[in-house]
Design a protein around this ligand. Structure first.
Ligand code: SAH
Length: 532
């Protein structure tokens, strides 16, 4: 039997209200290292991207009660895994101790002698109003707020069915109605007619402003406003369902001037889900810009770069690098692999002393500078193989020895044309691009269900990789799999590649930069909405 010394720790981690950037630094760090992650439907799926590839991920809350894991089973699971010596993150929507039954889970750990820690989170009770432009206090409108459970059945779906607790049964409406200037109800959608009736019965004015914020801080956030008298009917008409936070009080009026997150004037891509096709390391600039314009960027890690296991060919070449006139790097992906092989062989950047280096574009040149402290001798004005050939600085390359370390599957145009001109070309595959089957499947499902508004292409290779990835293991052509989702390209070369694959673009950016691409996207959606 193990002793408590060998038990793993259970971390009750607040996932934040939805927006995946609202998790705490501590929470994200724990997600990265945990052996086991137990999560439910209020935790944004993008958070799982931070987890280890081999971590066990257990989903315990489907929208339908039959599929939800019951609370006693969740308790048993987290304790059992910790007793096996594993570190367990119990990821809970919002803050773990605000109606999240985190207290109960901590008690179970305590009783089992399992060490636990609490990582507080940003609660939806405050964040959902904030993302709707409603401050829960304001010097002119409210000096206190109370967070109350509306106790609807939906609550049970997050973590197994249950009866109301003792504290909930004791709820006293005459006190509650005046508990604070701002009343915030969680789990209050189904009971809304009762809540609004009771508050009026106990002296809150029928004119009191009320807002419901559904899926607050998510890109699918929806807000319905009214008064204690009108809100129940408006919510019914809008067919607004849980999860939603209900805010009662004068602060709700501030939304008129403080609305921001779901304001199409300042954030024109609000609510749009847009696929970013670059490899994750390169995706962040585009993702950040999309986010700041209101969109939800979906970084699909469909492609993974894997160094080839057999390093004999590249190792042999690196040892005699000084016999080569040129090295041509056709992707930034090659740089870290070359750096790693040099290190493994006990060599360093001086191996390149007698050899000139060409990179296909500025990003590869930058990687070279960063990782090997080497400056590229030649970077063509456009990042395509054709441009390297046209602009190559050596007028006569006949007899020159040229090394091209690259992916095992790649276009042949560069080596072929160089060889035609009489160069001695050595192509050495050093890595392969692999598909993450699960991510591809997920992408295909979302496309099929119309959940994706647009796909962005920032280079010809993103088109090629994307098409290759989504058609992998499917008989359907890419255009069918993509359906009516809008496709946007950064420029004409990328657009040509897309057309070669039979894809129809919604638009091509007129300025061939990341901001240009985002402007083009906005323009497409704008024309769309003015036509409706
Ligand atoms: N611990 C969570 C609350 C769990 S109870 C927290 O601190 O946020 C579940 C209820 O929280 C839901 O029924 C809903 O009322 C509310 N809720 C959670 N996330 C929400 C969101 N993103 N938008 C609106 N309401 C949310």
């Amino acid at each position: 039997m193990s002793t408590s010394n060998s038990f793993g720790t259970v971390y009750l981690v607040g996932a934040g209200p939805g927006d995946p950037q609202l998790i705490t630094v501590r929470g994200k760090e724990l997600l990265r290292t945990a052996d086991v992650i137990v999560y439910d439907r209020l935790a944004h799926p993008a958070l799982l991207q931070h987890t280890r590839k081999d971590a066990e991920k257990v989903y315990v809350g489907k929208a339908s009660a039959n599929h939800a894991m019951r609370q006693p089973d969740i308790n048993a699971l987290i304790v059992a895994r910790a007793q096996e010596g594993k570190s367990v993150v119990r990821l809970k929507g919002g803050d773990p101790f605000v109606f999240g039954r985190g207290g109960e889970e901590a008690e179970v750990c305590h009783e089992a002698g399992v060490p636990f820690e609490i990582v507080p989170g940003v609660t939806s009770a405050i964040a959902a109003p904030a993302y709707a432009g409603i401050p829960v206090t304001h010097r002119d409108a409210a000096s206190s707020f109370a967070i109350v459970t509306g106790h609807e059945r939906d609550d049970s779906r997050e973590s197994g069915t249950r009866a109301p607790g003792v504290a909930e049964q004791r709820r006293d409406w005459s006190k509650l109605a005046h508990a604070a200037d701002t009343l915030i109800f969680l789990m209050g959608v189904e009971a809304l007619p009762e809540i609004t009736a009771r508050l009026q019965e106990h002296g809150r004015s029928p004119e009191t402003p009320v807002a419901l914020v559904q899926w607050g801080t998510w890109t699918r956030q929806r807000v319905v406003t009214g008064t204690l008298e009108t809100i129940a009917e408006r919510v019914r008409e809008a067919n607004l369902k849980p999860p939603a936070v209900c805010i009662v009080g004068d602060v709700v009026k501030l939304r008129e001037s403080l609305k921001w997150f779901d304001d199409p004037n300042t954030r024109p891509l609000f609510g749009k889900r847009i696929v970013v096709t670059r490899a994750r390391e390169q995706a962040s600039a585009l993702s950040d810009l999309l986010r700041s314009r209101g969109a939800e960027p979906l970084e699909f890690p469909v492609i993974r770069i894997a160094p080839l296991e057999d390093t004999t060919p590249i190792d042999a070449i690196l040892r005699i690098l000084d016999t080569f006139d040129w090295v041509i790097l056709t992707s930034a992906n090659a740089v870290p692999i070359l750096a790693a092989r040099l290190r493994a062989l006990g060599l360093d950047s001086r191996a390149f002393a007698k050899t000139k280096i060409a990179t296909i574009g500025p990003a590869t040149a930058e990687a070279l500078q960063q990782q090997l402290s080497l400056r590229a001798d030649f970077v063509p004005t456009e990042a395509v193989a054709e441009a390297i050939l046209e602009q190559f600085p050596d007028a006569d390359i006949a007899g020159k020895r040229i090394l091209i370390p690259r992916a095992s599957e790649a276009r042949e145009i560069l080596p072929d044309k160089l060889a035609e001109k009489g160069a001695m070309v050595f192509v050495v595959p050093i890595y392969e691009t692999l598909f993450d089957g699960e991510a591809v499947e997920e992408l295909r499902t979302q496309l099929h269900e119309g959940e994706i508004d647009a796909i962005t292409f920032t280079s010809s290779s993103t088109v090629r990789n994307f098409v290759q990835a989504i058609t992998e293991g499917s008989d359907l052509p890419a255009s069918t799999l993509i359906g009516t989702t809008k496709l946007v390209a950064i420029g004409p070369i990328t657009a040509d590649t897309a057309q070669e694959f039979g894809l129809t673009l919604a638009t091509v950016a007129s300025e061939h930069t990341i901001p240009g691409l985002v402007s083009a996207l906005e323009a497409t959606f704008q024309t769309e909405s003015t036509h409706v």
